[in-house]
Design a protein around this ligand. Structure first.
Ligand code: GLU
Length: 449
């Protein structure tokens, strides 16, 4: 890192004390930008990075709600409106007990570059709450969502800020949030939230888009080494929305996903994960993963197991972490790299620790950062906004083709940018630089704001 960038990073760390995930994301991005900042001194003159690392607006609010027993509960709500140079703030809401301002800031910062990479007109933001939906009834989730939106609605709008889902926020929550927004504003403003049900303004393929897109990205990346998913053996961590559709796409492309996981354990299936069974358990029954093994003779459940350790027991070609941040550490990376894994593709946001990324890259394993590989979800959100703006609904074929084209374009732009900066195959540098340049040029054009 150049002295100017490292003094900027010191400043970011100091001004955002106690936010380690944001520090990690900022360090990773700034660590890639030396060559582009040196070659373009006008970025430094306009303090583009100083502005880009400071959110335009940070909202923190109280979310009171009543549980089924009549007790009054209080959670904390967040929305970080990070950058609107390219379009309205865009990014999901995460409901999970681990959510803090620092988590939301890390996710919002990543989202700026991810959204820029899609080539679509969306700025970066993120939000959420420390509310834990696990074990809550539908009525409790509804009351929470209504209270959350009663405060947040004043900051939203299809031209202002457009949330969507993330961990803990799926179709059910988006429905309750949209209903409350509609009720308060008396406007059927479809484009104010994405991830809506396909019957009321949602887009086909939005649900599948993050997982599908990550696998399309991986397919392009594998092709640069003359490899494909055909016959490949794959590990996919997680079992939520991203994991589910990554598994489905790997199977469509002729690969087999041997295992997936949740926060309590790992399921290993000798015959490959049965996506339909998994989908039913997770989305319809909202059951734990242990239930999968109970219903499938070819599967074993390992309570508290480590999914990446499986690479030492059985041949694995590709790993796709789709659970949460920092779930794949240096030990896991060493196991994967030492057992012949060809590629690691981040389906989640920042699932690999910096040390893990270092191990993988040093071992020559292909590595795709989440801000590039998992951009299919937000890209399809932008396509949902397009459909809402034109009061139209596209066919499945058209929506899926657009997603495929966008993922291919993101892959190619990362690969070409890495090549241009003398680091062929370095998708981290490619994604950070290509995303940064698009946002930075728009910020320069819009003046000091
Ligand atoms: N939460 C998703 C992400 O990390 C999707 C955001 C969106 O669709 O706005 O990109």
């Amino acid at each position: 890192m150049t002295p100017a960038l490292s003094s900027l990073l010191d400043d970011v760390l100091r001004r955002n004390a106690g936010e380690p995930e944001f520090h990690q994301a900022a360090r990773e991005v700034l660590g890639s930008l030396g060559p582009v900042i040196e070659a373009n001194p006008h970025y430094a003159r306009a303090a583009v990075l100083e502005r880009m690392t400071e959110p335009e607006r940070q909202l923190i609010f109280r979310v009171p709600w009543t549980d089924d027993e009549g007790n009054i509960r209080v959670n904390r709500g967040f929305r970080v409106e990070f950058n609107s140079a390219l379009g309205p703030y865009k990014g999901g809401l995460r409901f999970h007990p681990s959510v803090t301002l620092g988590t939301v800031k890390f996710l919002g910062f990543e989202q700026i570059f991810k959204n820029a990479l899609t080539g679509l007109p969306i700025g970066g933001g993120k939000g959420g709450s420390d509310f834990d939906p696990k074990g809550r009834s539908d009525a409790e989730v509804m009351r929470f969502c209504q209270s959350f939106m009663t405060e947040l609605y004043r900051h939203l709008g299809e031209y202002t800020d457009v949330p969507a889902g993330d961990i803990g926020v799926g179709g059910r929550e988006i429905g309750y949030l949209f209903g409350q927004y509609k009720r308060i504003t008396n406007r059927y403003e479809s484009g104010v939230l994405t991830g809506k049900g396909v019957g009321w303004g949602g887009s086909l393929v939005r649900t599948e888009a993050t997982g599908f897109g990550a696998v399309v990205f991986a397919q392009r990346m594998l092709a640069t080494r003359g490899r494909s998913f055909d016959g490949a053996r794959v590990l996919v961590s997680g079992s939520g929305n991203v994991a589910l559709y990554a598994i489905q796409k790997v199977h469509q492309l002729g690969g087999t996903v041997m295992a997936c996981s949740d926060s309590s354990g790992v399921v290993y299936d000798r015959d490959g994960i049965d996506v339909e069974l998994l989908r039913r358990l997770k989305e319809v029954e909202r059951a734990r993963l242990s239930e999968y093994a109970a219903r499938r003779p070819s599967a074993d459940y390992r309570a508290n197991g480590d999914i990446w350790a499986l690479a030492a027991e059985t041949p694995i070609d590709v790993a796709i972490p789709c659970a949460t941040q920092n779930e794949l550490d240096a030990t896991a990376a060493t196991t994967l790299a030492g057992n012949g894994v060809a590629a690691v593709v981040e389906g989640a946001n920042m699932p690999c620790t910096p040390e893990a990324v270092h191990v993988l890259r040093a071992a020559g394993v292909l590595f795709a950062p989440g801000k590039a590989a998992n951009a299919g979800g937000v890209a399809t959100s932008a396509l949902e906004m397009q459909q809402n703006a034109s009061r139209d609904a596209w066919t499945l074929e058209y929506a899926e083709q657009r997603l495929d084209d966008i993922m291919t374009a993101i892959h190619d732009s990362c690969a070409e940018t890495a090549e241009q900066y003398g680091a062929p195959g370095d998708y981290v540098l490619g994604a950070n630089v290509a995303g940064f340049v698009r946002v930075a040029d728009a910020m320069l054009a819009l003046g000091v704001i």
